[in-house]
Design a protein around this ligand. Structure first.
Ligand code: DGI
Ligand code: FE
Ligand code: FE
Ligand code: FE
Length: 189
């Protein structure tokens, strides 16, 4: 139904130029990871295009959507606003763009926190968001190198870096972020 150009334009309309450039970086990184790990490159691309779709929606609209959407936990409202755009984005991409593909919607929904038992597509989008070419985090080069060899180790390190960073900032870490990390770590043995 939608061409790639139309999807990109729909996203571009939602955000400032800087965030759109980030989105293009995530698309590139997600396609590379998809190729490496045998994920459908088309699904990875669509999820990456839309992953930050709701990033600049009004706070009040996001609150409304979280309250009214049965499968978005309301406890998110007790945590940092930065967490809201991921599940709200999945909901809006379904309603406004018409995407019904569950795995794509989950990749958008969990791109910020991760979750235990992530699908490969979810991992690709979450990791791509962290390693895209425009990012500058401490320890990012190590995650980029790991991403070439072992997606689980790379994602575990990315989540661990994020958790450490938030704790250093005195910010509360959402329990799902912790359990996503724990789940991956147990899997690594
Ligand atoms: O939307 P992006 O900036 O591309 O990246 P993102 O969706 O991964 O993360 C947005 C922000 O959310 C980022 O600054 C880190 C923060 N974040 C991730 N997990 C948690 C979190 N913030 C809190 N307070 N708690 C978390 O568990
Ligand atoms: Fe995001
Ligand atoms: Fe709810
Ligand atoms: Fe992002």
């Amino acid at each position: 139904q939608w061409t790639k150009e139309e999807m990109l334009q729909a996203v571009k309309d939602q955000m400032p130029e800087k965030r759109y450039i980030h989105t293009l970086g995530v698309v590139q990184a997600a396609k590379e990871l998809a190729g490496r790990y045998g994920v459908d490159p088309y699904e990875a691309e669509i999820a990456a295009i839309f992953h930050d779709y709701a990033k600049f929606r009004d706070e009040s609209e996001m609150v409304k959507i979280i309250k009214h959407t049965a499968d978005i936990p309301n406890d998110l409202l007790d945590y940092h606003k930065e967490l809201w755009h991921a599940p709200v984005g999945a909901q809006l991409v379904q309603k406004e763009i018409g995407i019904e593909h569950k795995d794509i919607l989950n990749a958008i929904r969990f791109h910020t926190t991760g979750r235990p038992g992530m699908s490969l597509l979810e991992k690709v989008v979450c990791l791509a968001d962290y390693i895209e070419p425009g990012r500058k985090f401490i320890g990012l080069e190590e995650v980029r190198e790991l991403a070439l060899k072992d997606i689980d180790r790379a994602l575990a390190l990315a989540l661990s870096n994020t958790i450490q960073f938030l704790q250093q900032q005195g910010q509360e870490v959402y329990p799902l972020t912790i359990s996503a990390y724990e789940f991956l770590r147990v899997g690594l043995g």
